[in-house]
Design a protein around this ligand. Structure first.
Ligand SMILES: Nc1ncnc2c1ncn2[C@@H]1O[C@H](COP(=O)(O)OP(=O)(O)OP(=O)(O)O)[C@@H](O)[C@H]1O
Ligand SMILES: [Mg+2]
Length: 205
């Protein structure tokens, strides 16, 4: 039974495409639906030698219909940095929504619009922090962001700003394919393990 994960944020440049490609690689048997007309992940897919994950580039309006024709274990949908009717439809068609939050006060101030839309569609969802400075005490920071106030769980494994993400993107790779031992690879693996537990809990409740 395929499980579909939508990666969203109304804010641009927070790392949606970066986390989408890296999570799809970590998931091993996966398809990426790139429905952002920037087509970053379609370009990334063209740079890959591996056929997994396969990357399908479609207009956001076609994402839900495309999804119905795919039968891989995991589907990841990379969405544009907007919250229009097409992205709402994509979220509704997904089993789980991952909201990417690039950490900063202005970003925290503006995330409420994205979260309100996610609340309305009533799908299981969580927040992933991306682009933290590597010296940040992520645990203390996550504790300081009130989950109750945001209304969604925050992954305890934050993703830091690391050169490996840039290097892997250039090569058409995920950071876990470059080496399993880097901090970037461990963060992606930690995020993916946590998400799988959240998805399992949501489907059994
Ligand atoms: N954890 C990270 N470490 C280092 N660089 C990162 C990280 N996450 C994202 N980046 C870089 O930040 C830039 C923006 O990331 P990305 O394109 O994934 O964001 P996006 O949310 O998909 O943007 P858009 O809204 O334009 O689609 C890219 O150059 C990417 O390589
Ligand atoms: Mg993107």
């Amino acid at each position: 039974m395929p499980t579909t994960i939508a990666i969203v944020s109304r804010k641009g440049g927070v790392g949606k495409s970066t986390l989408c490609s890296n999570l799809a690689v970590a998931a091993r048997t996966s398809t990426i639906i790139d429905c952002d007309d920037q087509a970053s992940l379609a370009d990334w897919g063209d740079r890959r030698t591996s056929k997994n994950p396969s990357v399908i580039s479609v207009p956001a309006k076609r994402a839900t219909a495309t999804l119905k024709k795919i039968n891989t274990r995991w589907n990841f949908i990379d969405t544009p940095g907007t919250l229009d009717a097409n992205v709402i439809e994509v979220m509704q068609a997904s089993d789980f929504v991952l909201v990417v939050l690039r950490y900063g006060q202005f970003e925290l101030d503006s995330i409420s619009t994205t979260l309100s839309a996610v609340k309305l569609i009533n799908r299981p969802a969580a927040i992933a922090l991306n682009l933290l400075h590597p010296n940040t005490n992520a645990k203390a920071l996550i504790e300081s962001i009130e989950e109750a106030q945001l209304g969604f769980p925050i992954c305890p494994v934050a993703i830091c700003n690391r050169a490996n993400f840039q290097a892997a993107a250039i090569e058409g790779l995920g950071v876990t394919e470059e080496s399993k031992d880097t901090a970037a690879a461990q963060e992606v693996s930690g995020l993916w393990s946590w998400m799988k537990k959240e998805i399992k809990n949501a489907s059994s409740s």
